[in-house]
Design a protein around this ligand. Structure first.
Ligand code: WQD
Length: 349
């Protein structure tokens, strides 16, 4: 006769979780944490912004042979075939999307087609398989340019400052409408702030295809000599040093929040839709990131001053109390840890 604990363990250990974008920077770290928690990550990625070698790194960390399924989320039939092949899924963690704010301003149709198209397809799959748990990779960019730099989940969604941010607003609204239409899946949106760093093992990390859009990978590539200099976009913002302020959070802390969200949705008391800020609760400026990176890694690199980048907001950082109190999640790594781990990863490339 199985005890309740054994039944729970058996259920979780048999819980396939479809992880879209699972070979990507954040997705690969989530795959590791899912495995660690007893879930089974079904890694799906079309490799448009990731490398299949990421799965080797995941396998090295989990000690199991993880499998990458090279599928585009918008090919719904292929996703359905995969799920039937693996024997069903109990949850979905949906990350597959393009995520560069600046790039989305230059190429909005690429973002609308991929981010919203993928979301529509994966939501239809969730309905078809009566999935219990759906975690959506949302973003602090849904807040637009907030009145106050510190945002809570009740801060109104402003006008998205970029097409990228708008695709995340639309994604959250799509889930709310499905709940209203009677879909029984439970949904959680995790509004990431700025994910940085790499796994402490340096087996997985961020691997931008082409020129990095984001600050920390650009700093890393400049430090290793792949880029001549780093440009600071804007020094006339209304912030303590004129450069933009963001909430930079270790990617491993982002990853653990997904396991907490999946566990939370298993509770009968969990609402059908919920939203959490996933950030450190602290803001740092671009110039502070540059100085901290140089200090903790004892390295120098060239920095030049440039004009503002379209789509950037001056300052935003998380109030993360809700995720701490309801999910039982809290960030475990410091900014120095993240910048050291980012540099350690860069040196392996
Ligand atoms: C940060 C700051 C730039 C590059 C990211 C993700 C997005 C979302 C939010 C999760 C800005 C400045 C950058 C450079 C610079 N996260 N910068 N020189 O735009 O806040 O968005 O976090 O969903 O997915 O993209 O991050 O790293 O691009 O920029 O001065 O070479 O660094 O202007 O002020 P952003 P970022």
């Amino acid at each position: 006769m199985l005890t309740d604990f054994a039944k729970a363990y058996l259920r979780i250990s048999m819980s396939n979780i479809l992880l879209t974008g699972g070979a990507g920077f954040i997705g690969s770290h989530i795959a590791v944490e899912l495995r660690k928690a007893g879930y089974v990550p079904i890694i799906l990625d079309n490799l448009s912004n990731s490398l299949d070698s990421a799965v080797d790194g995941i396998s090295k960390i989990t000690g199991r042979k993880e499998v990458l399924h090279n599928i585009d989320c918008r090919r719904e039939n292929e996703v359905v075939d995969l799920i039937e092949k693996v024997g069903g899924i109990s949850g979905i963690v949906h990350l597959a999307a393009f995520k560069a704010v600046g790039e989305s301003v230059q190429n909005p149709s690429k973002y609308y087609d991929n981010n919203i198209g993928s979301m529509g397809s994966i939501l239809r799959v969730a309905e078809k398989f009566c999935v219990e748990q759906f975690v959506f990779s949302s973003s602090c960019t849904v807040y637009g340019s907030p009145q106050e730099a510190e945002v809570t989940e009740s801060t109104p969604m402003g006008n998205a400052y970029s097409p990228y941010g708008y695709t995340k607003q639309v994604g959250e609204r799509m889930m709310i409408d499905l709940v209203k239409a009677g879909v029984k899946t439970k949904f959680v949106s995790l509004r990431y702030f700025n994910p940085i760093g790499a796994h402490p093992s340096a087996w997985i990390g961020e691997f931008p295809i082409g020129k990095p859009n984001n600050l920390v990978p650009y700093i890393c590539q400049t430090s290793i000599g792949l880029r001549d200099e780093l440009t600071v976009y804007g020094n006339d913002y209304n912030t303590r040093d004129g450069s933009c302020i963001r909430d930079y959070i270790h990617v491993c802390d982002i990853a653990t929040a997904h396991v907490k969200a999946l566990d939370y949705m298993l509770k009968p008391t969990a609402p059908q839709h919920d939203v959490f800020n996933i950030g450190t609760g602290k803001g740092n400026s671009v110039k502070e990131i540059i100085d901290t990176f140089k200090e903790v890694n004892e390295i120098e690199f060239k920095v030049i001053q440039g004009s503002r980048r379209p789509g950037d907001v001056a300052a935003i950082y998380a109030n993360n109390q809700k995720a701490q109190s309801i999910l039982g999640w809290h960030p475990e790594y410091t900014l120095a840890d993240a910048l050291k781990h980012a540099w350690n990863w860069q040196k392996t490339l």
